[in-house]
Design a protein around this ligand. Structure first.
Ligand SMILES: [Zn+2]
Ligand SMILES: [Zn+2]
Length: 342
């Protein structure tokens, strides 16, 4: 089968084509696995973190990709949940131990043995992939394959970040950064909390006007002050300075949720600008989001179908994965980027 593989950590500024098209043997199925013929696979900012070594893959060569939509080709000896031809999705959570206290208490995202699709095992930048039937999800019928793919990461983790923000309807909600996840979170927030006002902080006027179209009551730069203090702010930027700015916009007792797997180091020294009494005192909280649970994915897919959320997508061929990644790195973004197979 054809696959795009990463053979070693690479700097995308110097190595513009870090992934290589190769012919790989078909995945070997464990008894509860399903073999999935990949139809679409989303391209995620986390893949830049993997390629550039901020969250390095645990093996090389590796097939990236954790927003997979495809059809079940066959099952392992004891796989019963799906039949051949069923459409399924696979997300960032490939497996967790199922036995530790985190797994048993609905927090499998924090399991020590958490394995990530496309980082610890081969993912969806390929014609075929495999996963346990217990970590695959039926996809609601109202989405095309390409529309469903970006929901599996940006959407599901956006949903988790919104849950962790502990919002009450009527709160003032801030979103710092307005990429793939930010605009999905805005749509969810408007649906789940119809009386809440949403404030958006973004670097580009294009994103700011897009957020106003989607119902943000105010949009400004990441270094601007919102007209009112905000009860919760969700950060989806790769940088540090927006965090300090967000803390300044936060209401007393408010919560800042950082929805980022890693931060880039280029502006880390801006953390020294943190002024404790002004920025953090008065019981302000900071919480990060780590991974996702299966429950997040399942609940979010139902929510996305009900709202409905249909992401704008930009399709690439499997062989064009390097181009899609490079454009993501250079912020040439027109909707969520998806590799479309076949
Ligand atoms: Zn992702
Ligand atoms: Zn566990």
């Amino acid at each position: 089968m054809k696959a795009m593989v990463l053979k070693s950590i690479a700097n995308l500024v110097e190595t513009r084509s870090p992934l290589e098209l190769v012919d790989l043997p078909m995945p070997i199925l464990q008894e509860h696995d399903v073999l999935v013929k990949v139809s679409a696979c989303g391209v995620c900012h986390t893949e830049l973190d993997e390629i550039e070594g901020r969250t390095p893959p645990s093996k090389f060569p590796i097939v990236l990709g954790h927003q997979v939509v495809g059809h079940v080709e066959k099952g392992g000896g004891r796989a019963r949940r799906f039949k051949t031809g069923d459409r399924v999705g696979i997300a960032w959570i490939y497996s967790a131990c199922g036995k530790c206290t985190f797994c048993r208490n609905g927090r499998e995202n924090l399991c020590d043995e958490f394995k990530a699709m496309g980082r610890d095992v081969n993912g969806g930048y390929a014609e075929y992939t495999a996963v346990s039937e217990h970590f695959a999800y039926p996809i609601p019928a109202n989405f095309s394959d390409s529309e469903a793919a970006p929901l599996l990461c940006a959407g599901a983790i956006g949903y988790r970040s919104l849950r962790l923000a502990s919002i009450v309807d009527g709160d003032r909600i801030g979103l710092t950064g307005f990429g793939a996840s930010g605009h999905l979170v805005l749509k969810m927030a408007r649906y789940l909390y119809p009386r809440a006002n949403v404030f958006v902080f973004s670097r580009t006027e294009g994103e700011r006007s897009f957020s106003r179209e989607l119902g943000a009551v105010w949009a400004g730069g990441t270094d601007e002050r919102a007209p009112e203090k905000l009860h919760a702010i969700i950060d989806t930027t790769p940088a540090w300075k927006p965090l300090i700015e967000a803390l300044r916009n936060l209401e007393k007792g408010g919560r800042l949720v950082i929805n980022a797997i890693r931060k880039e180091d280029s502006d880390k020294d801006s953390l020294l600008g943190l002024d404790y009494p002004r920025d953090l005192w008065k019981e302000k909280e900071i919480k990060s989001v780590a991974n996702i649970t299966r429950q997040d994915v399942e609940e979010f897919l139902q929510l996305a179908a009900a709202i409905p959320i249909k992401p704008e997508v930009q399709e690439y061929r499997l062989e064009e994965a390097n181009l899609a990644l490079l454009e993501l790195k250079e912020r040439k973004i027109r909707g969520a980027k998806v590799l479309k197979m076949g």
